[in-house]
Design a protein around this ligand. Structure first.
Ligand SMILES: Nc1ncnc2c1ncn2[C@@H]1O[C@H](COP(=O)(O)OP(=O)(O)OP(=O)(O)O)[C@@H](O)[C@H]1O
Ligand SMILES: [Mg+2]
Length: 254
């Protein structure tokens, strides 16, 4: 476990200026303007095919922008990425610990001989996400929730500035989803790591995120969670009546 670091003053890590994100010359999303602070928790919410993964891959620099600029006021960032699908990892007979070591060395890193210190670091990361005892289990044989924990450990092991998660609770049940959301909250605070989370469920992030980016049919709205989680705001954005209830500080959409 790492020690709790002192709070850092708010600092902008990344800024999108009228970015169009897409493939080649074809924009999937346009006029994306928002920024991410060092202590931020941004949730990108949209339905299937809305362009969430496209936005994330643009943010990570894996896709060039179709238009506009992404600015890094503090210099290059180190991202820890939990991608949406892990089909490749399922093929290789890698253990949970080897999967985490990939976070230190990249995809082929599992074949390299790590130093003692690197192995210890990977172990500590697995322990932090609560599955230290599974280090020698094959990744492909883990449960959905355990796989997500291993992938979060892999994303965190190199101490990123921003933890990026794409639909990481998709195939989990409600209690599994709650447990993973609590884990992300915990590492967000403990590591002082900014979080960018992609989901199709606004309800899932309504009580966790600081900012929300809503995507709907090419439209993108970015605002603080308190602004978005208002009946009028959501009804207007989605064009259908929606109500936000707040019971004992917990927000729910009906
Ligand atoms: N490599 C690609 N080349 C061209 N178009 C693509 C490519 N990848 C995705 N798209 C298109 O971009 C659009 C947005 O896809 P994207 O994967 O970003 O959606 P998403 O919101 O992540 O969806 P899901 O919730 O299903 O993961 C889709 O119409 C998709 O067909
Ligand atoms: Mg996606």
């Amino acid at each position: 476990m790492k020690e709790v670091l002192a709070e850092k003053p708010a600092e902008t890590l990344l800024r999108f200026h009228n970015v169009a994100a897409g493939y080649g010359k074809t924009a999937i999303l346009e006029n994306l303007s928002f920024s991410i602070e060092n202590d931020d928790y941004l949730a990108i919410v949209g339905s299937n095919g809305a362009g969430k993964t496209t936005l994330i891959r643009t943010l990570l620099g894996l896709l060039p922008t179709v238009a506009g600029q992404v600015e890094f006021p503090r210099g290059a960032l180190h991202f820890g990425y939990v991608p949406q699908l892990q089909s490749l990892d399922e093929i290789f007979p890698l253990t949970a610990l080897e999967i985490v070591k990939m976070g230190l060395f990249g995809r082929l890193g599992a074949l390299k001989r790590p130093t003692r210190a690197e192995t210890d670091k990977a172990r500590a990361s697995l322990e932090e996400v609560g599955i230290g005892e599974l280090e020698n289990h094959l990744f492909r044989e883990l449960s959905g929730g355990q796989k997500q924990r291993a992938l979060i450990a892999r994303a965190l092991v190199a101490e990123p500035d921003v933890l990026v998660l794409d639909e990481h609770t998709n195939n989990l049940d409600i209690s599994g989803e709650k447990a993973i959301m609590a884990l992300v909250d915990e590492v967000h605070h403990k590591h002082n790591v900014a979080v960018v989370m992609v989901t199709h469920s606004l309800g899932a992030v309504a009580n966790h995120a600081k900012h929300i980016g809503l995507i709907q049919q090419g439209r993108f709205d970015f605002a603080p969670v308190e602004t978005v989680m208002q009946s009028d705001y959501l009804s207007e954005f989605y064009g259908v009546p929606m109500r936000v209830l707040e019971v004992e500080g917990v927000r729910a959409i009906v």
